[in-house]
Design a protein around this ligand. Structure first.
Ligand SMILES: [Ca+2]
Length: 466
């Protein structure tokens, strides 16, 4: 009898006790790519080669309708890293540091630190300058990371074949098929550093943010990534005859429009080529991070999030930039892989906003002291059930000088108001017009819908239930 009891006690000691151990806090690998739109294999693009992001999507959940809250670097990053709308952060340009307007905000990586994580930031996580080489250190946020590393393209990596597509009219519009290996480029060095970090033993759970600089300009990548594409095969973007955007795409028409209007097909092909080479180069670095997770047996306890900081028009409406309130700028890649999530390998069409990423990660990692003022909502349920609904509207804003543009996306419509409609409005029916070419805002039969969508902008911004 005693012997039997001992055996039972021993059994109780083994399996049930082990099952009752608190789960190990998951690591988080948070990958941001700069100016990346949804032109990726896994999002259905026929030309772009992104095998590594595709394999992440195949093993995680791809959000097909995820929208940023601002379509420029600093305001968007500030928004998703603080979990607040740009109208709350008041950061709507690339020069304002959020600590000026929100000194006490607790950023996403900062919250992980407060919860016992080691948080490391590589590359452009918060905003930097145009490239790592002219990066603005004053945009750093020391509260957010235990450690940062930015990388710097070497002299050899800055050599190669290329040119400025505007003949110098715009300083940034240049491409380079660079000599040398990936590690001559800052993004290659970020991956080197991340691979090294993922191979180290550590006591604390890790929040590792890796902010790749590509495909943002300068459109510079090792030549082998340019060699993946034959640009004579690209379809060039076309607008319907006589099309004019209802509201100017930039302030006062400006140098951008003048330069883009002079592009020949040759320049358009080169632009697409250089951007896509940058996507493939960045994708290869993502692959190295995923391989490092597998090699170090970390994949089973690491949440991977992959996102762009906003989309990119890439020649649609003859606009070779971002900063619009059209779908191509607002809709942005977002893939989340939580080990053992039931939805892994599937996509969700549920609407989501990038301010939802912060509360989702806080939820998934059971973080404590989550700031009460967060304006997004956890989409955790989508990761187990991609057919579920999350929210009814996604709101994106941009500022054009003193004029504020606000654009709401529902399942069916995109509706945009400039200066609360006083300077114009745009209404697109996505079921009939996914390209957003036909503005229905002034059509009498849409008056009721327009009124409802106008109210939805206000309700979404103020946080009323959608
Ligand atoms: Ca950007």
């Amino acid at each position: 009898m005693r012997f039997l009891l001992s055996l039972a006690a021993l059994a109780a000691c083994l399996s049930p006790a082990r099952a009752a151990e608190p789960a190990k806090a998951p690591n988080v690998l948070f990958i941001v790519s700069d100016d990346l739109n949804c032109d990726l294999g896994c999002y259905g693009h026929a030309v772009v080669k992104s095998p590594n992001i595709d394999r992440l999507a195949a093993s995680g959940v791809r959000l097909d309708r995820a929208y940023v809250q601002y379509t420029v670097c600093n305001p968007s990053r500030t928004s998703f890293l603080t979990g607040l709308r740009p109208t709350t952060t008041k950061v709507m340009d690339n020069a304002t540091h959020f600590r000026k307007t929100l000194p006490d905000a607790v950023t996403l990586p900062e919250l992980f630190r407060k919860n016992g994580y080691e948080a490391i930031g590589l590359g452009k996580v918060f905003h930097r300058g145009l490239s790592p080489d002219d990066a603005k250190k004053e945009m750093d946020d020391p509260k957010s990371f235990d450690r940062v590393f930015y990388g710097k393209t070497t002299a050899a990596g800055n050599k190669g074949e290329g040119r400025n597509l505007t003949g110098g009219a715009l300083a940034w519009c240049r491409w380079l098929a660079a000599e040398g290996a990936d590690s001559e480029q800052a993004d290659g060095q970020l991956a080197d550093e991340a691979v090294k970090l993922l191979g180290e033993k550590r006591e604390k759970p890790l929040f590792l943010a890796v902010g790749f600089y590509r495909p943002h300009d300068p459109f510079q990548s090792p030549k082998k990534y340019f060699d993946l594409y034959d640009n004579s095969k690209f379809d060039l973007p076309k607008s319907p005859d006589g099309y004019k955007p209802p509201y100017p795409l930039s302030l006062g028409g400006g140098a951008f429009n003048d330069a883009f209007a002079k592009f020949t097909d040759k320049e358009r092909r080169e632009f697409l080529h250089a951007y896509y080479a940058g996507v493939s180069f960045m994708d290869a670095q993502v692959g190295r991070l995923l391989d490092a997770l597998d090699r170090n047996k970390l994949a089973e306890n690491t949440i991977v999030v992959f996102l762009g900081d906003h989309g990119y028009e890439l020649g649609v409406r003859s606009w070779w930039n971002k900063n619009t309130l059209f779908e191509r700028s607002c809709r942005t890649p977002l893939i989340v892989r939580v080990p053992s999530a039931k939805g892994n390998g599937k996509a969700t069409a549920a609407l989501a906003e990038f301010i939802d990423i912060y509360p989702t990660l806080a939820d998934l990692c059971s973080l404590k002291d989550v700031p009460k003022q967060l304006q997004g909502a956890s989409f955790r349920k989508l990761l187990d059930d991609p057919t579920a609904k999350h929210k009814g509207a996604a709101l994106t804003v941009v500022k054009r000088g003193p004029v504020m543009g606000r654009s709401v996306r529902t399942e069916k419509y995109r509706y945009t108001e400039w200066d609360e409609g006083k300077k114009g409005a745009e209404l697109y029916d996505h079921t009939a017009d996914p390209g957003e070419w036909v503005n229905l805002a002034d059509s009498p039969e849409m008056a009721k819908t327009r009124g409802e969508l106008s109210a939805l902008i206000k309700a979404t911004e103020s946080g009323a239930k959608q």
